[in-house]
Design a protein around this ligand. Structure first.
Ligand code: DGJ
Length: 731
């Protein structure tokens, strides 16, 4: 199957599959111009050649007198600093003489089957080379010899393209890469809104939408991680685009460090997006012959609204990014002791929780923070991954045996990137801590960062973790990170390489995860950073699931999970039922509501099972069975957002199995009213010709009825309600 063609006469690259086309042209002077990304076209006949118009103050190519052709207005694929383009550049390289100018011109191309990996970085992959094709376009700067490879992979069956760039120093001088975007994309004639996913700790990824206005907007993180505060994703959408109609262009960076999505509307209302590693405090030294690879970014296109865009992301992330052997396995229902006990526990206190879990049919017990060193609060012991004898006098393996003997899997919490001052690790290796010489490092949650960019530091942590993972016979690991980076300095790097520290840190974390996940392929790893502080596509490459938020309140979670689903598959999003009043919001929501919202993700509990009323305990048993019956559908079915929590009093979403024989609908309402207006919910994604039976009421509906007429939502006289419906197709 041909997915990429090059028309030598026209100088046109055409990447296409049954859903999308992406067109690039080589223009006069070797400039690479962006022509089109959107719904598939069979052929291209040259009509998108950028009109030649003389624009005042937009100059022309050196050595030419054609006033109608300017790099400053042409839609580009990859622009550089120092040329006649006043818009945000994709690349900036400081050269020996202090200049930053490059003129990257088309040099050559290569088309290859499949998808190359990106050494040291997370990146999409294919099982068979016929699932994708990759185009590499090489641009070169004649004066210095610096070259940039632009990589485009088109997948055979998805409306998704993976892009990245690699800068090769083919010059004879030492250079400093001060910016290298993963992607630039220029749009003409588009009046876009931009959607992003900002937030905060315990309030992650709420969907925000606003106009793309003249000037520049930036959606970024400077925290050393992808962050709670701005997820590494944006979508550019038409004004009329909603969940089911309109064009949407989604961009998700496969990276967990500092990022920046710069959106600029220029003098002609053209829109440029430049996205990749944030260039704040970034400078990468390359001696002659060395290269720098920027992270990958996924581009998803939909002409039928945001749901379609999300599904393209979900499928690509699940199929082509998640590597874990657990990716297609139903994930165990767990109980985690964090909100049950915090640090106040020992083996004897935990055993009754395990016993209750067994009785309720829960499948895994997760031992959270506090089992190591001498950790009784958050002041100590990070970096000392040895069991706390006071809490587990007979060792962690002994407790693991107890959990296993009850028929449950055993999970353990770790925070490998951190150190406490009060720890053996800090006493022995104070230099492992990241800090600026002569300055006291800033604490956050009373803890400090280890410099994971250093091999020696990683090795120390790796050795400790391997030992304890084996001792504890763990089936699951929760990998936490409870602060952001500060005091950014690497003690082993010279001054002209301090601009590498942010990126080198995250490369170090990737290396440690690569080594540990390879060493323990049978452990299910879950990512976490104070909840969803590192919920990104890069992380998915190493860990198939992530704790979505420290906020377990069922109402707050609707907004968080709704926003998360814009990019990330449900199989990646963990969600737990917790106690009331909720520990983060103080809200009291009904048990059913907490169940319905948590069951909309990878399900578990986060409360003291021994302290529940008998009625709630009975409910847990029911919920466990209920979730087991729908688990595969929820985790691996198609997900449709129906009503947004940020647009009104209600939330609704549904899941549909691949064969469309089964569906689960969840509806929720925040406040009750004395005289409520009647509302309806219409499902999506069903087979209009099939008949579906509501498993509770046994009423049968046509798929077309459920999607076109819908049905009335229950009239409730109670706040914070939610309801789950389960439909099965009948023959
Ligand atoms: C933050 C996590 O998100 C919580 O679930 C819990 O593991 C705490 N850290 C433990 O310190």
């Amino acid at each position: 199957m041909t997915l990429i063609e090059f028309n030598e006469t026209q100088g046109i690259f055409h990447l296409h599959n049954s859903k999308i086309s992406y067109l690039i042209s080589v223009e006069e002077g070797g400039l690479l111009s962006h022509l089109y990304f959107g719904k598939k076209v069979k052929d291209y006949h040259g009509q998108m050649r950028y009109p030649r118009v003389d624009r005042g103050f937009s100059g022309n190519l050196p050595g030419t007198f054609d006033r109608t052709y300017s790099p400053d207005t042409l839609p580009r694929e990859f622009s550089s600093a120092g040329e006649m383009d006043y818009r945000t550049p994709a690349v900036l390289v400081r050269q020996e003489n202090g200049a930053n100018a490059l003129a990257l011109r088309y040099k050559s191309y290569q088309i290859s089957a499949g998808k190359p990996s990106l050494p040291g970085l997370p990146a999409t992959f294919v099982q068979n080379d016929n699932e994708a094709q990759t185009l590499t376009i090489t641009l070169a700067d004649e004066v210095t010899g610096i070259e940039v490879d632009l990589l485009y992979t088109i997948f055979a069956n998805q409306a998704v393209i993976a892009r990245s760039s690699k800068l090769r120093n083919e010059s004879d001088q030492t250079i400093y890469v001060e910016k290298l975007a993963s992607l630039e994309m220029d749009f003409v004639d588009k009046d876009f809104d931009v959607i992003c996913l900002p937030g905060a700790h315990a309030n992650e990824r709420h969907l925000e939408r606003g106009a793309v206005n003249f000037g520049k907007q930036s959606f970024a993180s400077l925290r050393g991680s992808s962050s709670h505060h701005m997820n590494p994703f944006i979508a550019l959408v038409d004004k009329k685009t909603d969940e089911f109609q309109g064009e949407a262009y989604g961009f998700a960076l496969v990276y967990s460090g500092n990022h920046n999505f710069e959106v600029e509307k220029d003098q002609l209302a053209q829109v440029r997006l430049v996205a990749g590693i944030n260039d704040f405090n970034f400078s990468w030294k390359l001696v002659a012959g060395e290269s720098f690879q920027a992270p990958e970014i996924l581009l998803a296109y939909s002409d039928t609204g945001l749901n379609q865009m999300s599904q393209a992301f979900h499928k690509t992330i699940h199929n082509n990014l998640v590597r874990s052997k657990f990716k297609n396995e139903e994930r165990p229902i767990l109980v985690n002791n964090w909100e049950a006990t915090y640090f106040d526990y020992d083996e004897e206190k935990l055993k009754p929780i395990v016993d209750e879990a067994k009785d309720m049919g829960i499948e895994m017990f997760v031992l959270d923070d506090g089992w190591f060193g001498h950790r009784d609060d958050d002041n100590s012991s990070l970096g000392d991954w040895k069991v706390y004898q006071k809490k587990f006098p007979q060792g962690i393996g002994h407790f693991a045996d107890y959990v296993h003997a009850q028929g449950l899997k055993f999970g353990l919490w770790v925070e490998p990137e951190m150190v406490s001052f009060d720890s053996d690790l800090y006493q022995q290796h104070p230099d492992y801590l990241m800090q600026v010489p002569g300055r006291a490092p800033s604490p956050s949650r009373n803890q400090y960062l280890l410099d994971m960019g250093r091999e020696e530091v990683r090795q120390n942590i790796y050795d400790q973790l391997v030992k304890v993972f084996k001792e504890a016979k763990v089936d699951y690991i929760k990998w936490d990170m409870n602060r952001n980076m500060s005091d950014v300095f690497a003690s082993d790097l010279p001054s002209d390489q301090q601009g590498q520290v942010y990126h080198r840190y995250i490369l170090g974390v990737y290396k440690l995860m690569e080594d540990l996940t390879a060493e323990f392929p049978n452990i299910l790893f879950e990512g976490c950073s104070g909840g969803g502080g590192r919920f990104d596509a890069g992380w998915a490459y190493y860990m198939p699931q992530i704790w979505a938020s420290d906020n377990t309140d069922a109402i707050a979670r609707q907004t968080i999970q709704y926003g998360t689903s814009l990019v990330y598959p449900v199989s990646m999003t963990t969600a737990h039922v917790s106690a009331i009043p909720n520990h983060q919001t103080g809200r009291k929501t009904p048990f059913d509501t907490r169940g319905a919202i948590a069951m909309s993700g990878v399900f578990g509990y986060e409360l003291d099972l021994t302290k529940m009323s008998q009625a709630d305990k009975d409910q847990v048993k029911v919920q466990v069975k209920q979730y087991q019956a729908i688990r595969s559908l929820v985790q691996f079915g198609d997900f449709y957002r129906l009503k947004s929590p940020s647009e009104g009093n209600q939330t609704a979403w549904n899941f549909v199995s691949a064969d469309k024989k089964e569906a689960v609908l969840v509806t929720a309402q925040v406040l009750a009213y004395a005289q409520p207006y009647l509302t309806k919910t219409k499902l999506a994604g069903l087979d209009p010709d099939k008949y579906y039976q509501d498993q509770e009421t046994k009423v049968i509906y046509g798929g077309d009825e459920l999607m076109n007429l819908g049905f009335y939502d229950p009239v409730v006289h109670e706040d914070y309600t939610a309801k789950m419906y389960h439909f099965k197709a009948i023959d």
